[in-house]
Design a protein around this ligand. Structure first.
Ligand code: NDP
Length: 246
């Protein structure tokens, strides 16, 4: 039977690459975006070209707003009937700063999107999958291990919460046949670095790992897709680094 995946933040970067890979494997694909309709449409067009079914749609959803997330899950169920897999991918980072100079507004913004948003998405995924099982992949970061000192300690903390969510939820939902895992990317060449005015971070920090280069979104997508698929049927509660050895 055709599987359905819901990917938050599927309009660009890692989310887009995952959407295309799922479409290539003939999954139904629902993606969300927050402001970038053009990129979301482009992802849908790429998915349509990649797969045989062409079953893809995009919906605007700010993950920090409960009703937006509830509507996204309902729209996906209305369109495809079931949800087999969820990629909790939407995330933001704020400009480089020491903690001493961080405003409360900035920290709230990072935590609202990366933590509150991810928890709401995970809750809706658990509800949607409770009768039939499924797979949830949370997109964490190597920052949760390394801490991002002097840059993004708020972001690092938000990703630490994602790791903890993954461990707790894997135990809570395992008996229902729902697997929950996290991927922890290192430096991946996407828009997120430019979004805080530091596109050069990819070239500067990318080589600073044993494999000597930044990762590509499709390399992370390969790992996410494996975790979503039945090939990973005995994997849950795993936090998997994908960082070139960083
Ligand atoms: P991009 O900036 O390329 O894409 C971010 C995506 O998230 C976009 O689709 C964006 O939508 C969406 N988004 C942003 N804010 C919200 C929100 N409030 N509600 C819903 N959607 C939102 O980022 P990446 O692909 O690099 O990042 C994806 C994930 O990977 C994030 O969780 C990030 O923290 C994590 N990560 C990335 C690393 C990297 O080096 N790139 C390293 C480690 C982790 P729109 O297009 O509408 O703006």
């Amino acid at each position: 039977m055709t599987k359905t995946v819901l990917i938050t933040g599927g309009s660009r970067g890692i989310g887009r690459a995952t959407a295309i890979l799922c479409a290539q494997n003939d999954w139904n694909v629902a993606i969300s975006y927050v402001g970038n309709r053009e990129s979301a449409d482009e992802t849908c067009a790429l998915c349509e070209r990649a797969g045989r079914t062409g079953n893809v749609f995009a919906l605007k959803c700010d993950v920090k707003y409960e009703q937006d997330v509830v509507d996204l899950f309902q729209a996906t169920l209305d369109r495809f009937g079931t949800i087999d897999a969820v990629v909790n991918n939407a995330g933001i980072v704020a400009p480089k700063s020491d903690l001493a100079d961080m405003s409360i507004e900035r920290m709230k913004s990072v935590f609202d999107t990366n933590v509150l948003g991810a928890y709401i998405v995970a809750r809706e995924a658990a509800r949607a999958m409770s009768n039939r099982g499924g797979s949830i992949v949370n997109v964490s970061s190597m920052a949760s291990k390394l801490g991002s000192p002097g840059e993004y300690v708020d972001y690092a903390g938000s990703k630490g919460a994602i790791d903890t969510l993954t461990i707790g939820l894997s135990k809570e939902l395992g008996p229902k046949g729902i697997r929950v895992n996290a991927v922890r990317p290192g430096i991946i060449d996407t828009d997120i670095h430019g979004s805080v005015g530091r596109p050069e971070r990819v070239a500067e920090l990318g080589p600073n790992c044993p494999l000597g280069r930044a990762g590509k979104a499709n390399e992370v997508a390969n790992l996410i897709y494996w975790l979503l698929s039945d090939d990973a049927s005995y994997v849950t509660g795993a936090l998997i680094d994908i960082s070139g050895g960083r």
